[in-house]
Structures are given as C-alpha cells and as structure tokens.
Design a binder for this molecule. Structure first.
Ligand code: GCW
Length: 679
C-alpha cells in the first residue's frame, strides 16, 4: 500500500540485484565535506534515499573522512581537492549562486557548488538520476536556476481553512506553533528543495493582519527555522490597512508619514523574529481588499511604502497586478493593464509585480496576460495557479504544465519575434534585476498532500518550470511518474500519454473555443453558464459569453472592448480577424453567429457541440487507458485515481450536457451527428 505521502521522493527500491550492485558501490562510499545545517540536511536525505533504494540492507557511510575511498564527492568548490578543482576550473567558473555541477571524473562523481544550497540542489539532482536509473558514468550536469524567486503561494487562513483548498485544510497548524514542529513541515521543505523552490508565502492574499502581530511572528519564525537549511525563505501577506487594524491609526494612506513610520517599525519587528524574512506579498484594491485606491493613491505609491520598509533588511515586495473593480465600466480583463502600464518604472527596485498568467482569472485557457512584454522598466513575475480552482478542483486529472508551457512560450513580440513570456520572466528580455515565478499551492492535509495523486505532478512541474521555464514537459512528466509510481515503462508511457492529453480534453469539455468564466457562482465548481445578476456583473457568466439568439462571444476587437489593443500589432492582425484567429481563442475575442461556417467546415454551433463531445470522449479514453494499468502500481493509489476518474467522466458529461442545453436555448439548432443527447 502506498498513500502517496512520500511524493516523488519514494526512492523506489532497486528492482534487481544487478541494478542494486551497480549503484551500491557508489552509495556505500560517499564523501560529504562540511558541517552546516544544510550539510546535515544533505546527509539525512542521502540516508533516507540509500535506506530505501537498498531496502535497509546497507549501512550508509557518509563521512568527511572518506577522502580516499569516496566514489561520490559532495563538496563545495572551496572544499574540492586541489587537483580536481584545477581540472574542473572551466566548468566551476560557470556555477552561479544557487547552481551546481555534477561531474563524473577520474572514476568518481563530484557534486559541487558555491553555496550550501547549491550543494543540496546538486544532491537532489544526483538522487533523481539514481531514481530514474541513469548511468552515473555519463554524468556531466551544470545547472543554474533561470529565475531567482521560485515561490509557492499558500492561500491559507489562520484558522486553517484554505481560500481554494481542495486537499483538506491548511498544513500550517498555527495553534500548535511554535511549540510543535510537525514532521510534515520538514517533508514539505524537503519536497520543495528537491525541485528548487526557494520561498513560500504561507498566508492567504486575502490577508488577515493578525499574522503581523508578535504572537504570530513567533510562529512564523518557527516555520522559517525549519525551512532555512533547505534554502526556503518565508514571506507573509500584508493587509494594506494593517496600521489601522492593528494599531488604530486613522488612515493607511501610503503617503502619510505616520503610516510609513508604522511599516518601518513593523518591518524592523518582523526582522527581529525572522532575520532572513523574504518580504511581503500584497493583494490590494481587488475583490474588497483595502489598498492605495482608498486614498486616491496609485499601486506604485502603495508598493513603494512597503518596499521602503523592508529595503534596509534586504526584503522585497511582490505586488499583485490582479486589480479590478466592478465599478469601473471597462471590460474587466483590460483593467490591470490600464492601471499598471502607466506606472512602468515608478516602482522601487525591490518591488516585483506579480501577474497572473492570463488577464482574467486562471481560466482553463486564456491568452497570456498583456502586461508581459509591456513593462520593460518594472520587473514582472508570473503567478500560476497550481490548485485547480476553475478546472474541476481536486478530482480532475489535468496536467497543468501543458497549459503553463503554452503561456510561457507565447510570443509577446515586445522586442520582435521570439520575445516569449519565458524571456520576460527570466529577465533576459528587459534586463530585469529581479525575476520570479509563484504558484498558488494545491497542498492540504490530505495524506497525499494534493487530493488527486496527479496534483503532485503539478507541484513538481511548477518547481521545474520555475527553475527553468524552458524545461521540457514531456521529460518532467516522465521523471515524475518514474519517481512517484514505478519504473515500469509500460506504465510510465501509458500514464504519460494520459497526462499529456488531459489538458486539451478538459478545455474541450469545459470551455471550448475560448469560452470563459462559465462556472457556477462563487465556488467555481461545475458548469454555470446561466449565472447572472447578483450585483456584480463581472462575476457572472452571461457578462462573458453574452449568448443571444444570433451569436455568442465577447467582442474584444476594436469594434468591441478593444482588449486586443493591449497586445502587439502582430497579435492584433492574427487575433483580430475571426478567420485567422486560432480556434481556441475565438469566443474570447469575437462575437460569432451560431450558424457561421468556421474553417473546420462546421457551423459555430456544431463545432462547439462536437468539441464538448470530444472532451467527454477524451475523459472516457483517460479512464479506459487507466483501467488497463491495474496491477502495474500499488492498488491503493490505482484505486484512488480510478475513483477520481469516475467523477471526472461524470462531470465531463455534466459539463457537456449543461452547456449544450443552455446554449441550445439561444442557437435553437439541432445537435450534429455524433453528439450524444443530453441526459
Ligand atoms: O480566482 C480568484 C479567486 C479568489 C482569489 C482571487 C485572487 C485569493 O476566486 O478566491 O482570492 O482570485 O487571486 O486574489
């Protein structure tokens, strides 16, 4: 049985004697030089791994004294033997702060780095090569992260509910902190370090100011102490009106000297608890959160006040661009760009603006956010959602890295062809001095952390893409499957195929052809294309699809809201024309008559119906393929995924039926051949 708690760090036992013999020689002779807490973590991880690989049949001998016998050397560049250091000098020069080199040389494997954390990352990389049973004699890996801030964002409340929690409650037990350090915090740090995540914002962006009080800072400091040896910094969400909430200041105006002094003092206090505190993550002026707008100030005024407070201590502010207001009559998806673009260059150098992947809100599919490429003088970081708020929540198998890759490889054309979002993020396009990627966490108290076992893959892939947004997702998915379940290629290949098809399948059964925000009200689970009224148009479905008896879709061309005008001319040309726009964005940008013939030869209505049907068939295919894999992995996880796939198929049918019945009232057209009649 396997409950999935060990994630991708299963360190599956060697499958036969030959394999065990091959690796044993190496694993029994490890030289580890250094005594820092991070070295302690490295030693512990190696012990866990060796014990598991060799099923407790060997005693690991990891010592700084094995100078001669060591077949694996784990040592900082300064601690390498002189002759090795000289021979590898050219390569060593390329290693940056958090990077590492793994090199097979003169019969030994050298894992080396300039920092303790680099060494830990190198160790995890070596272990991954053993987990995936690579030949060690070929090892020559030099890796540096392409992005500096690689963060999880927890939307966790202090009472342990989670804003969008689909895997149980928050793992942070504030009540027991700081006295009790749960093993899960340590395992959380291990898992994150293994994929290069180096920061975590532990509280909801819909922030509770209480977390900034001494009582909670002491608790946060205890978490920071756990994370530190793993290279993970802690960040907190700052409620913008905290000066009023906590100390009854009459205002939270960011330009008021008393308010500025309050934040300065607060920052000093926080750093007295957490000397390496990362900084603040802020949601302001959005969905009822307080912000600089309350005082007629700009987002830059707000961000800069907080940034000045943490600056003396080396802290940063991640200021979210998810700012919109129901009272602003402009198309909601245009508002962030309208607000932030004029502020380009007005932020302090320790501010980074955190932008969601698309301009609306984590829909199954959106075009990339037009701010990417539009802020050459203000560093922007990515915010992806790992938790599946709008994508069926925890029971649907959807391989998110497929959609992330689509966004990362999107061309902004900011500096001509090839100006991808990925290059905006890694800083190379605009020479950003701060770079980052955040993922809204899907972690909860479920025994397997993420509800669906495959939610672990999204956590894993997020870390890998944050380290290098150019990473190959086929490889990421394959490695994850091998380390998590089994090395049996018949399982890995089949499961990978399911995973890599899952995203398009979901888009088809939920929101084909660029449909968006047609989920049920508020919880966003299940279909709700009929959702209307309720006082906030921008939270309804009808605002977005605008179905009428003639047409459907949101005209965002020049003739409509002109959201398209926020993108480069190249996109205006392609997306502006319903004949040339890729089908997946059709109704995002255009209003199309039901009976219009598309390039596929189908009318819009037929195309929509056929795509919903295709989505359902895709979900059934996933289920069928999964069934064939019984016996190839442990029964516990096999059954768990099987039962979720049952839900997924039912919900795919539900989505198709609900949407076709609803939209059919407008189109009044018959379903094309091949589409099942709604139940
Ligand atoms: O997607 C929406 C969610 C809110 C969330 C908000 C945000 C944290 O429905 O629950 O609030 O986005 O990103 O701020």
């Amino acid at each position: 049985a396997n409950d999935g708690y060990k994630l991708w760090l299963q360190y599956l036992p060697f499958e036969n004697k030959a394999v065990a013999d091959y690796y044993r020689d190496y694993l029994e002779n490890i030289t580890l030089i250094g005594e820092s807490p991070t070295h302690g973590v490295i030693r512990k991880e190696l012990e866990i791994a060796i014990d598991s690989f060799l099923e407790g049949k060997t005693k690991s001998n990891i010592s700084s004294k094995n100078i001669n016998s060591g077949l694996i050397w784990i040592a900082g560049t300064v601690d390498l033997p002189q002759n090795i250091k000289a021979s590898l000098a050219e390569r060593i020069k390329e290693i940056k702060e958090e990077g590492y080199l793994i090199k097979y040389f003169q019969g030994k494997i050298f894992v080396t780095a300039n920092s303790d954390i680099g060494l830990l990352y190198g160790t995890f990389a070596l272990l991954k090569n053993i987990q995936t049973r690579k030949s060690l004699e070929d090892l020559d890996i030099l890796e540096n992260p392409k992005i500096q801030l690689r963060l999880l964002n927890h939307w966790d409340n202090l009472n342990r509910t989670v804003e969008r929690g689909y895997a149980g409650f928050s793992i942070w037990n504030w009540h027991r902190l700081p006295g009790h350090i749960d093993q899960q915090y340590i395992d959380y740090a291990r898992a994150n370090a293994s994929i290069g995540i180096n920061g975590t914002s532990v509280t909801n962006v819909n922030a509770n100011a209480l977390v900034l009080t001494p009582e909670y800072l002491e608790k946060a400091a205890a978490l920071a102490d756990v994370f530190r040896p793993y290279g993970i910094k802690i960040y907190l969400t700052a409620r913008f009106n905290a000066p009023m909430m906590l100390d009854s200041l009459p205002t939270a105006d960011p330009l008021d000297p008393l308010v500025q002094a309050w934040w300065m003092k607060k920052a000093k206090e926080i750093y007295s608890y957490i000397p390496d505190f990362g900084g603040f993550l802020v949601k302001a002026d959005s969905e009822g959160q307080p912000g600089p707008h309350n005082y007629g100030r700009t987002q830059a005024d707000g961000a800069n006040t907080l940034a000045d407070a943490v600056k003396p201590f080396g802290g940063i502010v991640m200021w979210r661009a998810f700012v919109y207001n129901e009272k602003t009559p402009t198309d909601r998806i245009k508002q962030a760009y309208d607000e932030f673009k004029p502020l380009d260059g007005k932020f302090r150098d320790n501010v980074i603006v955190q932008v969601k992947n698309g301009p609306l809100d984590f829909q199954p599919r959106e075009p990339f956010h037009p701010l990417f490429g539009a802020m050459p003088n203000t560093p922007l970081m990515m915010e992806f959602q790992i938790t599946k708020e709008y994508l069926g929540q925890e029971t649907h198998w959807v391989n998110l890295s497929t959609s992330w890759k689509e966004i990362l490889q999107s061309d902004t054309y900011a500096k001509g062809h090839g100006s991808t979002v990925s290059k905006v993020l890694d800083g190379s396009l605009h020479n950003y001095q701060l770079t980052g990627m955040a993922g809204v966490s899907n972690i909860g108290t479920d025994r397997n952390w993420t509800g669906h076992h495959t939610g672990q893959a999204d956590w894993y892939a997020f870390g890998k893409l944050a380290w290098n947004p150019e990473s190959n997702i086929d490889g990421i998915t394959e490695d994850w499957l091998k380390m998590t379940f089994t090395l049996d290629p018949s399982f890995v290949n089949a499961a990978k195929k399911i995973a890599l098809n899952s995203y398009e399948t979901l888009v088809n059964y939920m929101t084909p052809l660029g449909l968006h925000h047609i989920m049920a009200r508020s919880h966003h689970w299940g279909p709700g294309p009929w959702v209307t009224g309720g006082g906030r148009d921008d939270w309804t479905a009808t605002y977005y699809h605008k179905a009428s008896k003639d047409s459907i879709g949101f005209d965002r061309t020049e003739k409509g809201s002109n959201a398209i005008g926020q993108y480069a001319q190249e996109w205006n040309t392609v997306w502006g024309n319903p004949e040339t726009i890729p089908m997946e964005y059709l109704l995002w940008f255009h209003r199309i008559p039901w009976n219009k013939k598309l390039s596929t030869g189908n009318t819009l209505w037929d195309e929509m119906a056929l795509r919903y049907q295709k989505g359902v068939e895709g979900a059934r295919w996933m289920q069928k393929e999964w069934t064939k894999l019984e016996g190839k992995i442990d029964q516990e996880r096999f059954d768990h995924i099987s039962s979720f796939l049952n839900i997924q198929v039912k919900e795919a049918e539900w989505w198709r039926d609900a949407c076709l019945l609803y939209f059919g009232q407008f189109s009044k057209m018959a379903l094309p051949a091949g589409v099942e009649n709604p139940k």
